[in-house]
Design a protein around this ligand. Structure first.
Ligand SMILES: Nc1ncnc2c1ncn2[C@@H]1O[C@H](COP(=O)(O)OP(=O)(O)OP(=O)(O)O)[C@@H](O)[C@H]1O
Ligand SMILES: [Mg+2]
Length: 211
């Protein structure tokens, strides 16, 4: 509610498989918004996160117009038609409602955080050849993290923080019954009880809601 009203990104942390990613999908579904997802991984960079030029198409365009001067060709190949928008740019363009999911933010390299900061504070992106794109309608932003590393102070400060832990038994029964329609109530309850007991044991990994 606050993230929506304040227009602030929501940073969701918690153990694996408790519904962090699911939360963004649910918000998109309830709001009738399009989900735009940036999956973070080690090595994700500007060309994967923001935009990239379609080099193959640019080359084809250049060889198709052999008699043109360089100036003519240049202005043409750096136009909208040759741009490949990636999730961050996609999320701030257009007027339709969107939910931007920046998933597993902690897996990305620290440099990507600089990029996120820029986009999440101003909701604008500058493509040198085309100019600055400013969001006419801000997306609802959800960042998720398993806290394998601390995100930078600057990024955390711009977000509202939500921790999702393991649900209590009553909530978990409701989740199971939602995800397995028609399941016998007694069976759902005993599954939840067994999983709860496993979580209390000293295991290398506690079973998640997903499991
Ligand atoms: N709180 C929940 N409410 C509803 N469904 C849930 C919940 N938690 C988990 N699930 C179910 O488990 C699946 C996996 O959850 P999800 O991918 O959202 O976990 P996650 O927290 O993003 O995990 P990870 O950190 O591994 O990415 C979901 O697709 C959903 O079916
Ligand atoms: Mg996830």
């Amino acid at each position: 509610f606050l993230a929506d009203r304040l227009g602030k990104p929501l940073l969701v942390e918690g153990p694996a498989g408790v519904g962090k990613t699911e939360l963004a999908k649910a918000v998109a579904q309830v709001a009738g918004a399009r989900l735009v997802r940036l999956q973070c991984y080690e090595g994700v960079d500007e060309s994967r996160a923001l935009y990239e030029w379609n080099h193959a198409k640019q080359l084809l365009r250049i060889s198709a117009g052999r008699d043109e001067t360089w100036d003519e060709a240049r202005t043409d190949i750096f136009s909208e038609e040759f741009l490949l928008p990636r999730p961050l740019l996609t999320a701030i363009r257009g007027d339709d409602p969107k939910v931007l999911l920046i998933d597993e933010t902690d897996k990305a390299d620290v440099e990507v955080e600089g990029l996120l900061l820029e986009v999440l504070s101003d909701f604008q992106v500058t493509v040198p050849e085309l100019g600055t794109v400013t969001a006419s309608r801000r997306p609802f932003v959800v960042l998720t993290s398993n806290a394998t590393r601390e995100l930078s102070e600057a990024l955390r400060r711009r977000c509202l923080f939500l921790h999702i832990g393991f649900p209590d038994a009553e909530l978990e029964r409701r989740i199971v019954r939602l995800k397995v329609p028609g399941i016998d109530a007694a069976l759902a309850a005993s599954v939840v009880r067994v999983v709860g007991a496993l979580r209390a044991m000293d295991l290398r990994k506690a079973p998640s809601v997903a499991e």
